[in-house]
Design a protein around this ligand. Structure first.
Ligand SMILES: *[C@@H]1O[C@H](CO)[C@@H](O)[C@H](O)[C@H]1NC(C)=O
Ligand SMILES: *[C@@H]1O[C@H](CO)[C@@H](O)[C@H](O)[C@H]1NC(C)=O
Ligand SMILES: *[C@@H]1O[C@H](CO)[C@@H](O)[C@H](O)[C@H]1NC(C)=O
Ligand SMILES: *[C@@H]1O[C@H](CO)[C@@H](O)[C@H](O)[C@H]1NC(C)=O
Length: 498
């Protein structure tokens, strides 16, 4: 499967990768960005269209740069801020549906806004390497448009938000890079910025935090060890979100690539790719519509650390809101990405819990699996599979991450069970080694469980119902209730010590 998907992607992204593409970090900025001279209008190779409503391109109104009368004709309101949507590479030359969904969501949410759609399909309907190269030209076009609107439409660049998908994210970056110093575009949002031909390049050759006062990015289909990916993996923004690790998305089945290819031939490849790639757009569009339950991301070193439940912390601005309502912070250049889980379909939001189990009988570092049931005032979530990872701070503490689709409210009790020997074979072996007795009844001695909600930041301690230490035998479910305040104070003390 790995070979096949890699081969298929090579078919899609034909052309060689630039020799210098292995530069990983770019501490020095030697931008050779020349300010836009008064552009000659005939040089513009792309066009711009004002969106009012609807979901067909024909209903938009062509805004012709340097023709001020087109502002009036289209009903462009010069006192409003501007959002420009920039599409990416295209294989069929069609204006895709997501553009209109996003434009419509912007209108619904912001009302008082000019929404423009960039059309650079002629330059994008090319072999990928050529389209990638053309993104620079389109960036110049966008910069020319903005400069004209500054003059003719009294637009302040502070009030400009460029939203680019895939290659369009780099177009936005190139556009922003034409403005320097205090005169910068207000915001750029990169929706799964394209990776091939950009990954590892210096900041001035791709979208980067220098390109606007604030840059945010959502990465949803980046390269991983098993997946080729088409999005850029490295951080390109002030705030980079990596939903589900950023390399693939739930609800998108890589296996579909086979049936899609079978059904549609090579055209089936983009179908599969689009699911995870376009998820970034879906998440952003949803954030405009569904404001009651914002999706939160948590700063973390990497996805595997996040999966161990180590990063559900909101202190010192370590968490942020994904999408339109992101808190605009200009963190350091080497700030870590923000990680989160999502569901496979809308509503994408899930609720994150960190589970920290304290055992008394494990002396060796082992990874082990359990099933957890969370019982809260607003709901119940049964049999969440948990892998426990040893907490580096304490040899008997293990952590894990659980994500549930609905808000469970205030947790009142939890249950733990281990099912099936298969999952446990490694662990059993370790236990046997420790105890050295083949006839010994195997059990896990659970002292206390701490659960922390990522969304509410509430920490809760759970104790066994009958004894100080609960013995968990294979297939036997055990209940834990909120610890009494005295034992909790005790637990808290222990927490702070470890
Ligand atoms: C980049 O590629 C060159 C040539 O393949 C190699 O010599 C060099 O070590 C690479 N650098 C990094 C940082 O990978
Ligand atoms: C333009 O927007 C401003 C601010 O919202 C509003 O007061 C004005 O009526 C609008 N003009 C037109 C022509 O719609
Ligand atoms: C908004 O989010 C809530 C909570 O996740 C969900 O119940 C609701 O269906 C969502 N609404 C839309 C329109 O997605
Ligand atoms: C969940 O907790 C409630 C009380 O808070 C209890 O009545 C109910 O039986 C519990 N459900 C499970 C499955 O433990």
């Amino acid at each position: 499967m790995r070979v096949l998907s890699a081969l298929l992607l090579v078919c899609v992204f034909t052309g060689s990768v630039r020799g210098d593409s292995n530069i990983t970090e770019t501490p020095v900025k030697t931008p050779v960005k020349t300010p836009v001279k008064t552009p000659v209008k005939t040089l513009l190779k792309s066009s711009f269209h004002l969106y009012a409503e609807g979901s067909v391109f024909e209903e938009t109104c062509a805004l012709v740069p340097f023709r001020s009368e087109s502002l009036q004709r289209c009903g462009y309101n010069t006192s409003l801020p501007l959002v420009l949507i920039i599409h990416g590479w295209t294989m069929n030359g069609l204006m895709e549906q997501w553009i209109f969904n996003l434009a419509s969501a912007l209108k619904v949410r912001l009302a008082q806004v000019n929404v423009l759609i960039s059309d650079w399909r002629i330059l994008a309907l090319q072999p990928y390497p050529i389209a990638a190269k053309n993104s620079r030209q389109v960036g110049r076009d966008v910069a020319a448009l903005l400069q004209w609107l500054e003059e003719a439409g009294h637009l302040s660049l502070d009030r400009v938000h460029l939203i680019g998908y895939s290659l369009g994210a780099h177009v936005a970056g190139f556009a922003g890079s034409h403005f320097r110093g205090r005169r910068k575009v207000g915001r750029i949002t990169g929706l799964d910025p394209a990776g091939p031909h950009f990954e590892g390049l210096p900041a001035f050759d791709r979208l980067s935090p220098d390109d606007a006062q604030f840059v945010d990015a959502i990465h949803t289909f980046t390269k991983s060890s098993i997946m080729p990916g088409v999005g850029i993996k490295q951080s390109v923004a002030h705030v980079d979100f990596y939903p589900n690790g950023g390399s693939f998305q739930p609800g998108c089945k890589m296996l579909d690539i086979y049936s899609n290819v079978f059904q549609y031939g090579l055209q089936g490849v983009p179908k599969t790719i689009k699911c995870a790639h376009e998820r970034a757009v879906k998440l952003f569009t949803d954030s405009l519509i569904n404001t009651s339950q914002p999706i939160i991301g948590f700063r973390c070193r990497d996805d595997s650390t996040f999966n161990k439940g180590r990063c559900l912390d909101c202190k010192q601005m370590r968490c942020n809101t994904l999408g339109y309502d992101v808190r605009q912070e200009r963190a350091g250049r080497n700030a870590k990405g923000l990680y989160l889980k999502t569901g496979p379909e809308a509503p994408y939001k899930v609720f994150h819990y960190q589970i920290r189990v304290q055992l008394t009988n494990l002396m060796e570092p082992v990874e082990t699996s359990l099933f957890l049931t969370l019982n809260g005032t607003r709901g119940l979530s049964r049999d969440l599979p948990l892998t426990l990872y040893q907490d580096s701070s304490s040899p008997k503490a293990f952590t894990s991450l659980a994500a549930v689709a609905a808000d469970l409210g205030h947790l009142t009790s939890i249950r733990l069970v281990w099912k099936g020997e298969l999952v446990w074979s490694n662990w059993l072996r370790s236990i046997r080694n420790i105890w050295n007795g083949p006839d010994q009844d195997l059990e896990l001695s659970v002292w206390r469980i701490r659960i922390k909600s990522g969304e509410s930041q509430e920490k809760m301690w759970f104790c066994g119902v009958s004894a100080e230490v609960t013995l968990l035998k294979a297939s036997e479910e055990q209940e834990f209730k909120r610890c009494s305040s005295s034992s909790m104070a005790n637990a808290q003390r222990t927490e702070t010590q470890t």
